[in-house]
Design a protein around this ligand. Structure first.
Ligand SMILES: C[S@@+](CC[C@H](N)C(=O)[O-])C[C@H]1O[C@@H](n2cnc3c(N)ncnc32)[C@H](O)[C@@H]1O
Length: 279
């Protein structure tokens, strides 16, 4: 079940993750959230989505409710290492969001009693774990009967872009090779529903949504971020160490991301799958 987290937590990776909000990354789940609920956020990363979820279940933030404010819900955020968890802790502290508990835990073997949480959530995590079905079994176990297990994952083979720069095809092939070498599945989106069924869920709503980057600002952000990531993040070091890519290849891919970012015709769509599993 062991897998190495391909991206790591280099600044260039965090630049991407910290852009995420509950709205742009968990919209499919939002209609089911209300103050008072308890949520487990599996693989919370730097915790921007976590803090948003905590605000949504925080009874104290319900406007004009005075003494009738609903009880506050809580979010438990888990990560595999204390260092990674520290990033989410710092994000919550910076926002003054107090209804979050933090724990080091592995998605494959959650250290929580059966039926603990109303909602169990994982964003872009199942693609990185060694056994996503076991992770979903555990997410199901710690969810209350009648609760919701929610997961969203991208599908790398479903990414589409223009212009069709050959170096970006190289980037995709290299990412898939490194991620699979680490025990993950980068084309996770298309498999989410099947993983949920294998984990024992019988009532699953499966949907898809995309991120699209096509304005000069969005292209500069995404292209600049990957131009750095392919040279400096854990993935870059793994690609070199394993012999999957030479430094010149990474330089070429990095330059291509900047070319794409500077092209007024540049467009990129990132396909995601979502599952809402009724426990
Ligand atoms: C792509 S990041 C997503 C972070 C956050 N959910 C978000 O969307 O911003 C995936 C996170 O899952 C964590 N992770 C990887 N394997 C895990 C496991 N077995 N159990 C819990 N977390 C894990 C990684 O450390 C990483 O922070």
């Amino acid at each position: 079940m062991d897998a190495v987290y391909t991206h790591g937590h280099h600044e260039s990776v965090l630049r991407s993750h910290r852009w995420r909000t509950a709205e742009n990354s968990a919209a499919y789940l939002l209609p089911y959230l209300k103050p008072g609920l308890s949520i487990l956020d599996v693989g919370c990363g730097p915790g921007t989505i976590t803090a948003d979820l905590a605000a949504l279940v925080d009874g104290a933030l319900v406007p004009d409710s005075g003494p009738m404010a609903p009880a506050s819900g809580r979010v438990t955020a888990i990560e595999v290492t204390a260092d990674a968890l520290g990033l989410a802790r710092a994000e919550a502290a910076a926002r003054g969001q107090r209804n979050i508990d933090f724990a080091v835990a592995d998605a494959h073997a959650l250290d929580f009693a059966d039926g603990t949480f109303d909602v169990v959530h994982a964003h872009q995590v199942l693609q990185h774990v060694g056994d996503p079905v076991q992770a979903l079994r555990e997410m199901r176990r710690v969810c209350k009967p009648g609760g919701i297990v929610a997961a969203r994952d991208s599908d790398y083979r479903g990414f589409t872009w223009f212009p069709e720069l050959p170096e970006l095809d190289e980037w995709l092939a290299l990412y898939q090779q490194v991620a699979r070498g680490n025990g993950g599945e980068p084309d996770a989106g298309r498999r989410l529903l099947s993983w949920a069924h294998s984990a024992g869920f019988t009532d699953v709503t499966a949907t898809s949504s995309t991120w699209c980057f096509a304005t000069p600002e969005d292209r500069a952000w995404w292209g600049g971020m990957w131009a750095d990531r392919i040279l400096k993040s854990d993935m870059a070091h793994q690609a070199i160490r394993s012999g999957a890519a030479a430094p010149e290849t990474l330089d070429r891919i990095s330059a291509a991301w900047l070319t794409w970012a500077g092209d007024t015709d540049g467009w990129l769509s990132i396909l995601h799958a979502e599952i809402l599993c009724h426990a």
